[in-house]
Design a binder for this molecule. Structure first.
Ligand SMILES: Cc1cc2nc3c(=O)[nH]c(=O)nc-3n(C[C@H](O)[C@H](O)[C@H](O)COP(=O)(O)OP(=O)(O)OC[C@H]3O[C@@H](n4cnc5c(N)ncnc54)[C@H](O)[C@@H]3O)c2cc1C
Length: 386
């Protein structure tokens, strides 16, 4: 085990941080606390980040036009992005994993049609799994894809879709037969070519990025857009969850780091009882607890990406990273609000926004409870899902 970043990783993070502080922070501050960044602006931001491998191109293989970065290097940079803007980070997370899905789970025709434009940050992807009646149990998906000659007709509604309102295409989990989880498949639906509607959702936090409902009303999609053969089920996409979950955890790590940075700065500056509040033992205790939680979360996330880089399956380690990092981020951000006293609950100091953003992340990509069931299943050999 090596706890030191390589020289390459250190330089990559340093260079990206300079960009984040000088270029990205001024842009995103214009949209805070709760204004949606327009699609064109989000694409411009991705384009600005492309040279760093952070515009959706980072972990895509060089032979497919990407930078072929190791996941851990990408993750260390992504953590910094999440520290500066959780909203842009979430949008990029979906975009990057969308590109990666096209690379590893798609057919050549779909990959060649969509991936190059994604790698130039010209179009935005989203992933449609959840429905109004279907959340934690994906096997219950109802959105239908019914074969009609050389087309599928897609009918149904998806909800909570990150990047949904921005999206040029959606990789939609659909039901092709009534055969439970085996009857699920994934089809690429193009907004311009096939047509679907979206409605943006107003949320607790992360309102500068889009989360949307998507409506598929008998949309005719060529059979060639089916990314996974009907009957194959979604097993091949499980490797995506292993990568998505620590990445969601890392989003929380970035948000929590921003909250802790603000708390430390405020504790050194604000004076009560004749000295900076940071000189009071109970405030130091809160800061120390937050720092320990944050470091432990980082180590869990880095371990998951280290295993991924070594090609080792890590469903449990990914679940642990996602579960712990998203939960402690809520605690760290809450402590930051407490340390700010009355100022903490105003819009002027930024910690209330970080608290709201942190609170969102225990839900997507498998709630905390679902991650615990995955870990519990591995520990006991007993499946609490069924
Ligand atoms: C910020 C954000 C972004 C998202 N982005 C996307 C996206 O891009 N694409 C997409 O498809 N979806 C997305 N989602 C949806 C997300 O994946 C679902 O919200 C999540 O899977 C939970 O589903 P649900 O909301 O229907 O809750 P439910 O499944 O209804 O769960 C409600 C509660 O019951 C608990 N619960 C459920 N089953 C069990 C069980 N067996 N044992 C114990 N407790 C249980 C849950 O933990 C939760 O506390 C996003 C959600 C959020 C908040």
């Amino acid at each position: 085990m090596n706890f030191l970043p390589t020289e390459e990783q250190r330089l990559a993070v340093e260079g990206f941080n300079r960009f984040l502080e000088t270029k990205l922070r001024p842009i995103v501050q214009r949209y805070q606390p709760d204004k949606l960044i327009e699609k064109e602006r989000m694409l411009e931001i991705f384009q600005l980040m492309l040279p760093y491998g952070m515009g959706g191109n980072g972990i895509i293989a060089e032979k497919h036009g990407g930078m072929g970065m190791p996941w851990l290097t990408y993750a260390l940079m992504y953590e910094q992005l999440a520290r500066v803007s959780g909203d842009v980070a979430i949008s990029l997370l979906i975009q990057q994993l969308g590109a990666y899905s096209l690379e590893v789970c798609s057919n050549d025709a779909m990959r060649d049609k969509y991936l190059p434009r994604m790698l130039r940050a010209e179009i935005i992807a989203c992933s449609g799994i959840s429905e109004p009646g279907v959340g934690s149990n994906v096997a219950e998906v109802t959105c239908r894809a019914k074969q009609d000659g050389d087309h599928y007709v897609v009918t149904g509604e998806k909800t909570w879709i990150s990047n949904g309102h921005y999206s040029d295409f959606c990789m939609v989990v659909v039901r092709t037969s009534d055969d439970g989880a085996k009857g699920l498949s994934m089809i690429l639906v193009d907004r311009a070519e096939h047509g679907y509607e979206s409605r943006n959702i107003d949320k607790l936090g992360l309102n500068s990025t889009s989360t949307a409902q998507l409506f598929f009303d008998g949309v005719r999609v060529p059979a060639g857009n089916m990314l996974i053969a009907p009957g194959a089920g979604l097993k091949s996409t499980l490797v995506l969850f292993e990568k998505a979950r620590p990445m969601v955890g890392l989003t929380s790590v970035g948000i929590a780091q921003a909250a802790l940075d603000k708390a430390v700065a405020y504790a050194k500056e604000r004076r009560q009882h004749g000295k900076p509040i940071g000189a009071h033992q109970l405030i130091q205790g809160m800061l120390a607890e937050a720092a320990i939680e944050l470091d432990a979360a980082k180590l869990l996330v880095y371990r998951a990406f280290n295993l991924i880089d070594h090609g080792v399956r890590c469903e449990v380690e990914s679940a642990m990273a996602k579960c712990y990092a998203t939960e402690i981020a809520v605690d760290v951000a809450s402590k930051a609000v407490q340390i700010h006293g009355g100022n903490g609950i105003t819009k002027d100091f930024g910690v209330e926004l970080l608290f709201r953003n942190a609170r969102m992340m225990t839900i997507p990509d498998g709630t905390t409870e679902i991650q615990k069931l995955i870990i519990g299943r591995a520990l006991t050999g007993l499946n609490a899902f069924s």
